[in-house]
Ligand binder design. Structure first.
Ligand code: FE2
Length: 231
């Protein structure tokens, strides 16, 4: 394993067999649906502005959901939970794989993203997470920020649980690639697509990241860590 704190997903590794969170909109019996934001669009002000949240959720996430439904129609993936589809991305028919991975990852990643944010200052980083990380919160935030700034173009910076190694790691992915595709379980994800910050922060990705820490829902992150640690 390479340096654990700053690693890109380069190779598809074994697929984790453990169960994942069931996300809203992932019911196997129905089409995927856009889950509502778990708070008003202005709840994250002043760090993330309401207009950005409205466009990000109502337009961008909705487009991923709509295009995912179109892409899975008529394939063996139709009716399956999004977690199962992403964990088995290699088995998606080749002509549909890019569309399903891009839009399916977009759906899963954003559903998680809304859940791991909350009103500023409403929670604090858990002792479990610091223990799993093995250092203080500032060093974890720095690792996530470094990975986010090193991500050229659009993508995500993550804290993931690595079931095979029973540890957490920081990594980044391109576009809407999801850690589930690589056998890893996302604990925290920072969206560094320009659509997440450009209205307020323009080209200043670092300023957006610094502000974003104020709206992390550490209780939700802790819940995901506990799920990951059982894998
Ligand atoms: Fe986004």
């Amino acid at each position: 394993m390479n340096h654990p704190h700053r690693r890109n997903f380069l190779a598809t590794t074994g697929i984790a067999a453990a169960s994942m969170l069931t996300l809203p909109g992932s019911s196997p019996a129905a089409e995927f649906t856009l889950p509502p934001l778990p708070y008003p669009a202005d709840a994250l002000e002043p760090h993330i502005d309401a207009k950005t949240m409205e466009i990000h959720h109502d337009k961008h996430h909705k487009t991923y959901v709509d295009n995912l439904n179109k892409a899975v129609a008529g394939t063996p993936m139709a009716g399956k939970p999004i977690e199962d589809i992403l964990k088995n991305a290699e088995s998606i028919p080749e002509d549909k794989r890019a569309a399903i991975v891009n839009n399916g990852g977009g759906h899963y990643n954003h559903t998680m993203f809304w859940q791991i944010m909350a009103k500023p200052g409403s929670s604090k980083i858990s002792e479990d997470l610091l223990k799993a990380w093995g250092s203080d919160g500032d060093s974890l935030k720095k690792a996530v920020k470094d990975a986010a700034l090193a991500r050229f173009g659009s993508g995500w910076s993550w804290v993931v649980w690595v079931p095979k190694e029973k540890k957490i790691s920081v990594a980044s992915t391109a576009n809407q690639d999801c850690p589930l595709m690589f056998g890893w379980f996302p604990i925290l994800g920072l969206d560094v697509w320009e659509h997440a910050y450009y209205l307020k922060y323009q080209n200043k990705r670092a300023d957006y990241i610094d502000a974003w820490w104020n709206v992390v829902n550490w209780d939700a992150v802790q819940s995901r860590l506990k799920i990951g640690m059982k894998m």
